[in-house]
Design a protein around this ligand. Structure first.
Ligand code: S3P
Length: 167
């Protein structure tokens, strides 16, 4: 049984798409954290942020990681904020490998510009707004990951193959 594979990275870096590729083409089980949390809570991510607050959402992420850590052979598409909590990084390290997907701010912007599902991007949909948050997060992302893979201009299949080769 293979250990878990945690995909981390900024919003719009392609974690969900690459995770789906690993599920479809490589037979791994898949957990999409945002989807799972929304399903468990019975409401969308923006509604969780609006009614319960970000701190409650972060608790839900940690709780879900505890549960995921009990399983194996699963690819997990992590929410972009997951590596910002040391406790989350510990939980991931204990049960798998952590791979960072990196994308240029321009790539992220093109992918998220019409998306209303990410509360933290509200008022930030410019290259500068995205770069600023990306730079704040970069040190934690890099420290958490076993290795990183650039995504700009590459297909999900290519990225998935590189990940599996380097694991
Ligand atoms: C967040 C990223 C989102 C979602 C929430 C907060 C973040 O997930 O968990 O909106 O803090 O970066 P994606 O990275 O899947 O967009």
């Amino acid at each position: 049984m293979r250990e878990n594979l945690y995909l981390i990275g900024f919003m719009g870096s392609g974690k969900s798409t690459v995770a789906r590729e690993l599920q479809m083409a490589h037979g791994m089980k898949l957990v999409e954290m945002d989807e799972q949390i929304a399903e468990d809570a019975g409401m969308s991510i923006p509604d969780i942020f609006a009614t319960r607050g970000e701190a409650a959402f972060r608790e839900m992420e940690t709780e879900l990681l505890r549960e995921i850590g009990r399983g194996a052979n699963t690819v997990i598409s992590c929410g972009g904020g997951v590596p910002m909590r040391p406790e989350n990084v510990e939980l991931m390290k204990k049960s798998g490998k952590i791979v960072l997907l990196t994308a240029k701010p321009e790539t992220v912007l093109a992918r998220v510009k019409n998306d209303e599902n990410r509360p933290l991007l509200k008022g930030r949909k410019t290259t500068e707004g995205i770069s600023e948050l990306m730079e704040q997060r970069r040190p934690a992302y890099e420290a958490a990951s076993d290795f990183s893979v650039p995504v700009d201009g590459r297909s999900a299949a290519e990225i998935a193959e590189e990940i599996l080769r380097r694991l």
